[in-house]
Each structure stands twice: as structure tokens, then as C-alpha cells.
Design a protein around this ligand. Structure first.
Ligand SMILES: NC(=O)c1ccc[n+]([C@@H]2O[C@H](COP(=O)([O-])OP(=O)(O)OC[C@H]3O[C@@H](n4cnc5c(N)ncnc54)[C@H](OP(=O)(O)O)[C@@H]3O)[C@@H](O)[C@H]2O)c1
Length: 231
């Protein structure tokens, strides 16, 4: 589907990967981009609408959807790290990671599915991770594994209304989230954004951003104990 002339909504679009995706959407001709933050800053670009959003809060999600009735592209980008290792993380800490990374996108999908249904072509994009497939990242990895399953079920549930559901997998990208891995190779947010939008434009259901993600996906039929995260 074309990006040109569309309205898009990005959870967490004021920093990190979300901000890069917002910028790339505008470069490719999007007419309006809704970006969110829990404490949003107003944008000086008239094409950008900054909204307050906490994806863990039903009322907040409903209010944001009410403001963004024209969108045909929704990007579930917001996420938090944490919950590593599982054995030393109190369960409420792991549950909080799931609340943002799994149930947040589900809330967004529920609120925006009727909005997306109004368009002949529409897309819902979920930012996953290579850690959807690798052991060793505790509750964070488990949340991305769960979100992979959620993504695949949403693809079925949204098929009849013609919404493309895209799962994006990537290794480290250079944002606040990965700042503590100072010496690791990281993909720039601009490159991630470009690959995500290439995927939408080509109607792809899965975007494997980097070589690590492509390699791990290719190894899924191998020994499970070799599917382990290491830096
Ligand atoms: N960076 C990486 O290496 C990497 C690798 C694989 C996958 N990912 C995934 O890519 C996505 C973006 O990551 P990033 O690297 O850009 O992270 P980041 O720099 O830490 O930014 C996180 C974003 O999520 C938003 N957010 C967090 N909790 C939220 C909540 N409860 N409600 C609404 N928004 C919330 C933040 O908004 P506020 O401005 O309100 O804080 C912020 O925009 C995440 O889903 C992450 O898991 C990242």
C-alpha cells in the first residue's frame, strides 16, 4: 500500500524508533502523523499531531483513538525493557512488562480496528524483536514472544476487513532502550524506519530488519537450546 496522502498513528512516536518512523512517514508523503508520549511535546510541524497516551490505560487508549479517526496505518511501537532474569524479577515486575508490550498493543488493536476498517487498504504494524525467538531475555523476551503470537492471531482476525498486519523483528537499534549495550553493533533508527515502511509499501506481513533477525528466523527448525540470546 502507498504511504502517500495517508494518516498514521504511532504509539510512542516522540523518541526512539517511533520518532524515526514518524519522520520517514512524512518523507514518504504521509499527510498526517499522530505521535504519542505519556508527556507529549507539541510539534512545530503542522502535519504532526502530538497526543497523550499510556497504552496500559483503557481510557487513555480510547481518548487517543477518538482523536485519530482518520488513520489507515497504526504502528504499535511503544515498549519497555525489563524483567531479566525471570527468577529474580518479582512477578508484578514481569506483569508490568507484559501490560505495556503485549496488552498495550492488544488495546490499541481493539480501539483502532474499526477505524482501520473504514479504509480499502490499511495496516497494523507491531514492533517485535529478534528476542521473540531467543531465550535469555526474561520477561522482555517472553513479552515479545507473546506479541508475535498476538500479531499472528490479529492477522487472522483482521483479514476479512483487509488490514495488513505486519510483524517487525530486529536486533539492537540505537535508542534509549539499548543505551546500556554501549559496545554492541546497533542499527540506526532511520534504517529501521525505512525497512518498516518498505515492508508496508510491499504488503509484507513480516519485516526482518537485520542479518541477526534473518539468521535466527532461519534457525527456528534447529535445536531449541541454540536459540539463545548473547551479546
Ligand atoms: N532499541 C532496540 O534495540 C530494540 C530492539 C528490538 C525491538 N525494539 C522495540 O522497538 C520499540 C521501540 O523501542 P525504542 O528502542 O524506540 O525504545 P525507547 O527509546 O525506550 O522508547 C520507548 C517508547 O515507548 C513508549 N512507551 C513506553 N511505555 C509506554 C506506555 N505505557 N504507554 C505509551 N507509550 C509508552 C515511550 O514513550 P514515552 O515518551 O511516553 O516514554 C517511547 O516512545 C519497542 O517496542 C521495543 O521493544 C527495540
Amino acid at each position: 500500500m502507498d504511504i502517500q496522502g495517508r494518516s498514521a498513528f504511532i504509539t510512542g512516536g516522540q523518541r526512539g524508533l517511533g520518532a524515526a518512523v514518524a519522520s520517514e512517514l512524512l518523507t514518504r508523503g504521509a499527510e498526517r502523523v499522530y505521535v504519542t508520549a505519556r508527556e507529549p511535546n507539541e510539534s512545530t510541524d503542522p502535519r504532526v499531531v502530538a497526543l497523550s497516551l499510556d497504552v496500559t490505560d483503557d481510557a487513555s487508549v480510547a481518548a487517543a483513538a477518538e482523536e485519530a479517526q482518520d488513520v489507515s496505518i497504526v504502528i504499535n511501537n511503544a515498549g519497555v525493557a525489563g524483567g531479566i532474569p525471570l527468577l529474580r524479577t518479582p512477578v508484578p515486575g514481569s506483569a508490568a512488562v507484559f501490560e505495556t508490550n503485549v496488552f498495550g498493543p492488544v488495546r490499541i488493536a481493539q480501539a483502532f480496528a474499526p477505524i482501520l476498517a473504514r479504509h480499502d487498504e490499511s495496516a497494523l504494524v507491531n514492533m517485535l524483536s529478534v528476542l521473540s525467538w531467543l531465550a535469555g531475555a526474561g520477561a522482555y523476551g517472553a513479552s515479545k514472544a507473546a506479541l508475535w503470537s498476538v500479531t499472528n492471531s490479529l492477522r487472522l482476525e483482521l483479514r476479512d476487513q483487509g488490514t495488513l498486519v505486519v510483524g517487525v523483528h530486529l536486533d539492537l537499534a540505537d535508542t534509549d532502550m539499548s543505551a546500556r549495550f554501549a559496545d554492541s553493533v546497533k542499527t540506526s533508527p532511520a534504517v529501521v524506519a525505512s525497512r518498516v515502511l518498505d515492508g508496508i509499501e510491499r504488503n509484507e506481513v513480516e519485516v526482518l530488519v537485520d542479518d541477526v533477525s534473518r539468521d535466527v528466523k532461519a534457525r527456528l527448525d534447529g535445536p531449541v537450546e541454540q536459540l539463545t540470546w548473547s551479546l
